[in-house]
Design a protein around this ligand. Structure first.
Ligand SMILES: Cc1cc2nc3c(=O)[nH]c(=O)nc-3n(C[C@H](O)[C@H](O)[C@H](O)COP(=O)(O)OP(=O)(O)OC[C@H]3O[C@@H](n4cnc5c(N)ncnc54)[C@H](O)[C@@H]3O)c2cc1C
Length: 376
């Protein structure tokens, strides 16, 4: 089928990935389509089921929702229900060289930074209701008309003819299905083979650089969690070759521990963390039931767009070790605006998405990296 590179009645948008970036893009696309009075169909592909517990249903992150993102969601009319909020954060406690510094949030900010589980809780946990943050966002856009296909995408085919729709192939590997779309949005994050495949399409996309981190959920019981950590996010900067910094985030009966190294973390990093003087007395030495080795973005992608294809979220840009979910939201908002207000050709994405996202996110990274260099 041949079409111009603009979204019109009957256009089909395919979003690969139903994490925060994919759901946010669907939300903004729904808004723009309504505003412009055009009838587009939106289909989100994701093989993950966020109602599963443990890594199977989780997008592998510490689950801190920044106050600024919370505000942006509310401005969009998206209010996270109380049951999906695990904790409200009162402050940050930094531990460096045996000293601790507690920074309480200002009164107006208190309880506005929240913590969530991205999936439906740690492995073997029992919550009476669905608590997944990602499920909440995906259900939000689904209820407003987006279709979800619970299958992974394996391949995308570009065309030399700019009027030709893009094709993607999804489903069981032995029985692939074809889906043609006017616009394909790559919201697949960085823990996927798809990044490499898209790089190999040859239009100049260079995925973001990443390093492997370690993350675990530990069940200590609410009393122990409050006794040792309160409702504060703890950041440890130990004298360690392997650990650049560690965070402990209280979440009800659980704590989430994230360990970031100077490069890919070694397998024994968790034992090293538990043996730190400042941790020994707080967390018993045991193997967590729920742990994973997710990748974190350390540099931006290059050319995350071509004709009819645009990458958003982690697959494009993310703030340096900070508020990745908010970056996903911002890139989704900018890319949707570019697609609906300018076009879905490469030059529209270059001028109205890439340059603006670069200004908002990448420039912020320079300050982030500088601060990291002087602090750690
Ligand atoms: C250890 C660690 C801690 C973090 N802590 C925080 C934090 O506290 N707060 C914060 O804001 N950010 C945090 N981040 C960053 C945050 O996780 C990411 O920035 C955010 O998840 C990016 O959203 P996304 O939608 O781009 O990608 P993702 O959340 O990774 O979602 C991508 C989706 O695409 C799907 N997908 C992948 N491949 C395919 C395919 N081939 N076909 C179909 N679907 C596919 C996946 O199943 C997934 O659902 C942390 C990251 C790490 C590694």
């Amino acid at each position: 089928m041949l079409r111009d590179a603009t979204l019109i009645d009957g256009s089909k948008i395919a979003i690969i990935g139903g994490g925060p970036a994919g759901s946010a893009f669907a939300h903004f696309a729904q808004k723009w389509a309504f505003k412009k009075g055009i009838d587009v169909s939106i289909t989100i592909f994701d093989g993950k089921d966020f109602l599963q517990r443990g890594p199977k249903g989780c997008n592998l992150c510490a689950g801190v929702i920044a106050e600024s993102l919370n505000q942006k969601l509310q401005e969009e009319g998206i209010f996270l229900p109380e049951k999906r909020i695990i904790n409200r954060v009162e402050g940050y406690c930094f531990h460096v060289d045996g000293e601790s510094l507690l920074l309480s949030c200002a009164e107006y900010e208190k309880n506005t930074i929240i913590t969530v589980f991205r999936g439906n809780g740690p492995r073997y946990s029992t919550f009476p209701e669905n608590i997944s943050f990602d499920d909440f966002l995906l259900t939000w856009v689904q209820d407003r008309g987006a279709k979800v296909i619970s299958q992974p995408v394996w391949e995308i085919k570009l065309s030399d003819n700019k009027h030709q729709l893009l094709s993607l192939y999804y489903g069981e590997k032995s029985n692939l299905q074809k889906f043609d779309a006017d616009l394909v949005v790559g919201a697949f994050g960085v823990n996927t083979y798809l990044m490499k495949k898209i790089q190999n399409l040859g239009f100049g996309y260079k995925p973001p650089s990443t390093i492997t981190t370690f993350q675990a959920e530990l069940k200590l019981g609410k009393e122990e969690v409050l006794k040792h950590f309160g409702n504060n996010i703890h950041v440890y900067m130990p004298k360690s070759k392997a650990i650049r910094y560690a965070t402990v985030i209280p979440k009800g009966d659980y704590i989430t521990v994230s360990l970031i190294g100077k490069k890919d973390v070694p397998r024994e990093i968790f034992r090293e963390f538990l043996n730190l003087e400042e941790i020994k007395t707080k967390i018993p030495l045991f193997k967590p039931h729920c742990f994973c080795y997710p990748r974190i973005v350390i540099s931006p992608s290059k050319n995350p767009f071509t004709h009819r294809l645009v990458m958003i979220g982690d697959a494009s840009f993310s703030r340096h070790y900070k508020n990745g979910i908010e970056s996903a939201f911002i890139t989704a908002q900018l890319a949707a605006e570019a697609a609906f207000c300018s076009g879905i050709d490469a030059s529209s994405f270059s001028s109205f998405y890439y340059k603006r996202a670069k200004r908002q996110i990448i420039h912020d990274n320079y300050y982030g990296q500088f601060l990291f260099k002087i602090m750690i």
